[in-house]
Design a protein. Structure first.
Length: 362
């Protein structure tokens, strides 16, 4: 089977590396996705283990599409009864580029009608949301079904957040980008609801990010519950039991309580210490070299740009000495981190364009 795996902009190379560690090699890569071939076990394993992916799509059919008749026939011919659980939960998403058929709503309408005609009087006792994705580029269409369900960044442990939360897969990505070695301490001085620290602890303890959630493939007619159970047991056996030294602080006591509750649900609370207060006023909690990774306030929703200047200057000084990186859309970030000592990557946290600056290894 062929899979189309999507990810946030700027992270496809990291996704490719992650999949190689799982013994899967991309056949083709795009700016926000890649394709590969695998089997049912691979489909289940990637959903369970990927920290970077947004969704894993199973490609059901491909071919040249030049008009709506071809579109209808191609979509109608596929085996939808294996993947659709309920007419009322069917969603069709469309993306087009450089093709004769370019109006998304018309493509969506024709594809939806073709699927319903293919299903006929089909009824199923299976429950779940069925999402179909049509990707059309240069008249070549890939017809896919979502095997993940909600985006994979939704791990299941985060029940509450602050005002400007970082998506879990973005948090995991910046931890990996900094090259943090787990035996050294890690600090987040603006930890909020704890996303960066929790993702870092899950990486260190080798906890599969999909352990606490369900997936759309569990509603497929082809679902193999025994295989999924085996993979979950295998993932459980690979969790490292030792704890690590991760230190978070924030001015908001309510957020620190939320961070504690999130860490408990994620199974990493014993590795994370928290304290209340301003970063600029705190003593460094470690006598040894540590790594700082943070998502500070941006100045858009909370604080003002002027109030944030001392914080960012303190962060810069600390990262210059101790290594690490920050992700932010603070207007003066590029000017502050203009030194050749720092590398830069633009990312999207949802719809927000943010900049990630990392101290280059010495």
């Amino acid at each position: 089977m062929q899979l189309l795996i999507t990810c946030p902009f700027g992270l496809v190379s990291l996704l490719s590396k992650e999949l190689k560690k799982l013994w899967y090699t991309a056949k083709e890569t795009f700016s926000t996705a890649l394709m590969l071939e695998t089997d049912l076990e691979g489909l289940y394993r990637i959903n369970l283990w990927s920290r970077i992916a947004n969704k894993v799509y199973l490609i059901l059919g491909q071919g040249e599409i030049l008009d709506f008749d071809q579109l209808f026939d191609k979509v109608w011919s596929l085996s939808w009864r294996e993947y659709i659980s309920d007419f009322n939960t069917l969603s069709v998403q469309v993306s087009t580029k450089d093709s004769l058929l370019s109006f998304g709503r018309s493509i969506q309408s024709v594809a939806h009608k073709a699927i319903l005609n293919s299903l006929g009087d089909f009824s199923s006792s299976r429950s779940g949301i069925s999402e179909v994705f049509l990707y059309l580029e240069k008249n070549q269409m890939s017809i896919c079904v979502n095997t993940s369900g909600p985006s994979l960044h939704q791990r299941g442990w985060r029940k509450q957040t602050g005002i400007a939360p970082l998506k879990e897969n973005i948090a995991a990505a910046i931890v990996l980008f900094t090259g943090w070695r787990f035996k050294s301490p890690l600090r987040d001085p603006c930890c909020g609801s704890g996303t960066i620290l929790i993702e870092a602890a899950m990486i260190a303890k080798n906890i599969a990010p999909g352990m606490q959630r369900n997936f759309a493939f569990q509603s497929f007619a082809t679902f193999d519950a025994e295989l999924r159970g085996t993979l979950v047991e295998e993932a459980t056996s690979k969790i490292y039991q030792q704890n690590y030294l991760l230190y978070g602080s924030d001015q908001d006591a309510t957020l620190l309580q939320i961070a504690q509750e999130n860490a408990l649900r994620a199974g990493v609370s014993e590795s994370i210490q928290r304290t209340e207060g301003k970063f600029e006023e705190q003593q460094t909690p470690f006598s040894e070299q540590f790594r700082l990774i943070s998502n500070p306030p941006y100045g858009k929703r909370i604080w003002s740009e002027e109030d944030l200047a001392p914080l960012y200057e303190s962060l810069l000084q600390t990262i210059s000495v101790h290594q690490g990186g920050i992700i932010s859309s603070y207007p003066w970030l590029k000017q502050l981190f203009s030194s050749k000592e720092f590398s830069h990557k633009s990312l999207y946290n949802g719809a927000d364009l943010v900049d990630f600056y990392r101290k280059k290894p010495c």
